[in-house]
Write a protein that binds this ligand. Structure first.
Ligand SMILES: [Zn+2]
Length: 272
C-alpha cells in the first residue's frame, strides 16, 4: 500500500523533511514542477533575505475555535516547529460560547489561557481574531481583518479548516481565510500555499478526501498534551475521536498514525 500511494502521489507529500527547494527538485516533475517553482519564486520574493537564507517557513494554522488547529494538526505543528519553522495558530474567537454555565467573558478567559498553554506546548504563537464563538460573520469587513493579519504576518503556508463542516464557525473560518488568501493572490503581494485540515470527522468535518499525509506516529505524546490543554472541552471524548481519524489516515498512508490535508490546486507540496 505504501508503494502504491508513493507512486500515485509521486511521493510529493511523503518522506523525510528537506528544504522546500530540495523537496521540489527531488520529487516533482512535469507541470506540477512548473507550478510549484513559479509559486516558490513568488514566495521567495516577499521573504526577508534572512528568512530565505535560513530556509525557514512561516505557517499559519487557522481554526474556528481554540483547539481546532491542535486536534486537526497538532502532530504536524510539532514537526514543523521541531524543524525551526515558525507556526502561528490563528483562532477565529476565544471560545466564548464553549463552557456551559460560564459567562462569555469567563469562558473566553479560560479558553484563551488553554490556547496559550497549547501553543506553548507546540512551540507556536497564538493570534486571536475578534469574532464571537457561535456568532461568526462572513462579510467583507471580517475577511478584511484576515487580510490585514496575513499581510502583516506574511505566511508562506496557510492551513485552514475544510469548508464542508457541521459547525458554522468552521465553515466561517474556511470562507474568511479563502477570501483573504484569494485577495492576496490577486494583489500579487504574497502567494502562500493553502491547505485544508479535518477535525472531529462525522461530527464536524464531512466529505474530506485528503491528498497529503504527514507521519505523526512519534508525536502522540505532545499532541495529546496540546489537546488536553483544552481541559474545558471534553478532551477525553474529542481526543479519542481524533485519534481514530489519525489511525485511519495512517492505514491509508502506510504510517502508524497520520494527519491528512487537502492541497489547494494552486499550491506546492506540503511543507513537511
Ligand atoms: Zn471548533
Amino acid at each position: 500500500m505504501k508503494k502504491n500511494i508513493e507512486e500515485q502521489s509521486g511521493n510529493r507529500f511523503r518522506g523525510k523533511s528537506s528544504s522546500r527547494r530540495e523537496f521540489i527538485n527531488n520529487s516533482m516533475g512535469g507541470m506540477a514542477l512548473i507550478g510549484a517553482a513559479a509559486n516558490l519564486g513568488k514566495s521567495e520574493e516577499k521573504n526577508s533575505p534572512e528568512k530565505t537564507k535560513a530556509g525557514k517557513l512561516k505557517v499559519i494554522v487557522a481554526g474556528g475555535h481554540p483547539g481546532d488547529p491542535e486536534y486537526g494538526c497538532g502532530g504536524t505543528i510539532s514537526r514543523l516547529t521541531d524543524l525551526g519553522h515558525e507556526v502561528v495558530l490563528l483562532y477565529l474567537n476565544r471560545g466564548e460560547g464553549g463552557i456551559q454555565g460560564a459567562s462569555a467573558s469567563e469562558a473566553a478567559r479560560t479558553r484563551t489561557a488553554e490556547a496559550l498553554q497549547a501553543c506553548q506546548i507546540l512551540k507556536a504563537r497564538a493570534i486571536f481574531a475578534t469574532q464571537i464563538d457561535g456568532q461568526s460573520v462572513v462579510d467583507a469587513t471580517h475577511s478584511g481583518e484576515f487580510l490585514r493579519i496575513f499581510e502583516s504576518e506574511k505566511p508562506d503556508v496557510i492551513i485552514t479548516q475544510w469548508p464542508i463542516d457541521n459547525h458554522p464557525d468552521h465553515r466561517a473560518i474556511a470562507s474568511l481565510v479563502y477570501e483573504a488568501w484569494h485577495a492576496m493572490i490577486k494583489s500579487g503581494k504574497n502567494r502562500p500555499d493553502l491547505f485544508y485540515y479535518e477535525v472531529s470527522n462525522g461530527e464536524d468535518t464531512l466529505m474530506f478526501t485528503p491528498d497529503c499525509y504527514v507521519d505523526i506516529s512519534h508525536k502522540d505524546e505532545i499532541k495529546h498534551k496540546a489537546c488536553f490543554a483544552h481541559a474545558s472541552q471534553a478532551p477525553e471524548k474529542f481526543y479519542s475521536l481524533q485519534d481514530q481519524v489519525a489511525m485511519f489516515r495512517g492505514i491509508e498512508s502506510g504510517y502508524k498514525k497520520a494527519e491528512a490535508y487537502v492541497r489547494h490546486i494552486w499550491s506546492g507540496p506540503f511543507p513537511v
